[in-house]
Design a protein. Sequence first.
Length: 392
Amino acid sequence: MRGRFSRSITTGAIVVAGVGAVISMCITTACAQAPVASAIPAASTLKTPWGEPDLQGIWTDEFDTPLQRSAKYENQEFFTQAQRAELDKERTAVLERDQRGERGTEADVAGAYSFAVFLSTKHAGARTSLIVDPPNGRIPPLTPEAQKAAAADREFHLALLQSTQTCKNKGVVCSGGKYDPTSSPRRVEPPPRYNTIDFGSINRLDGPEDGALADRCLTGGLPEFGTPFGGSFRRIVQTPSGISMFYDVGQGQGWQRNIVMNGSPHLPLNIRQWYGDSRGHWEGNTLVIDVTNFSPKTDYYGSRENLHVVERWTRTGPTSLEYVVTIEDPTVWTRPWSVKQDFTRQSDQENRVYYEPRCVEGNYGLPGMLHGRRMQERAVAEGRGPDPATTR
C-alpha cells in the first residue's frame, strides 16, 4: 500500500534554499570544499531563562542529502555548485514526469499518485552523504550474524511469493527465487522475526502483523533523518527539569519522546520501548542523549533491540542547530557509524496551528485491506476468482 505523505512548507524554507544555491564552493570538476562558516553569536544570547543552552523551536533539514554516498562521488565529501544544480534539475524532471502506465490498467490507476503533487522538491545539500564516519560515507558491512538473519527473512519472503505471477514473470522482487505454481507450505508459518516490511513483499495479509509498520501507523522511530515524502520536523520544548521532542514525519505521523535529564540510569533491560529510553545531559553547550532499550519490533537497517544511539544537539546560531548521531550495534554492523545534519529553525508564527497527526492507512486503509483479502479467500472457497496466494 502506498503511503500518502504531506508536509508543511514555510516561507523561511524557500528563502534559505535559495541562499544555499550560492554557497561558496570549489567549482572545478576536480575538487569541492565545505561551505564557508558564518559568524556564530555569543552563547550567552542562546540560553534559556534558567541558564541552559536554548534548543527550543521547530527545526527541519531544508536540503536533500542522501544518507549514503553514491559510488559516483566516492572520494568527494562535498558537491560542487555545478553538481548541485544538475542534481536539482534531475530531481525536478523525475518528479514532473508522467507516472501513469497504459491507460485503464492497474498501473494507470497507481500512477494517479503523482510525486509532483505529493512531494515538494528540496534543493541538493552541500554534502554527498549524511554519513560522515566512516569517511567513505557508507553504512559499515553487516556482521555474519546479521547477514544470516537477513537471508532468513529473504528466504521466507521468496517462499510466499513462489506461486505468484511476479515470480512467473521473473519480477525484480522475486530475484533469487523461482516460480512454482504450488503455494508454499510456509504460508502458514510465522516469519523468522517480527515483520516490519510491506506486506506485499511476503504476499500475505492474514492479520495486521503481516502489514508494514507504516500501514499500522507505526513509525520507524530513531534515528530519524527525514523521509522522501516531505522530510520531517521536530519541535523541541525545554523546561528546568526535562526536555521533550515532538516529531512530525511523513504525512503527519507524529510521535513524541521525552528526554530524562535527572542523571538516573537507563531502564532495566526487560523494559523495551518503541523509541528507546533516552537519557540526556549537558556537555558545555551540547545536549548529549544516550538511547538504548529499543523494541525488537522496530528495525533500523537490520538493527533491533541491540541498537544503541548517542545524539549530540548543538545550537550554532539563531536559526541553526547541528545534529550529530553515532549509531552502533555490534550484532549487526562491523563498526559504529555517524551521521551529521544541519537543521534550520522554522517560523513559530506560521506554524502556530498544528492539527492532530492522522494516519489514513491505519485507520481506514488497513482494515479495508484485511477485509478485501477475506473476501478474496471466500470467493476462492466458493469456486470464484483467483487464489490471492498466486495473484501478486
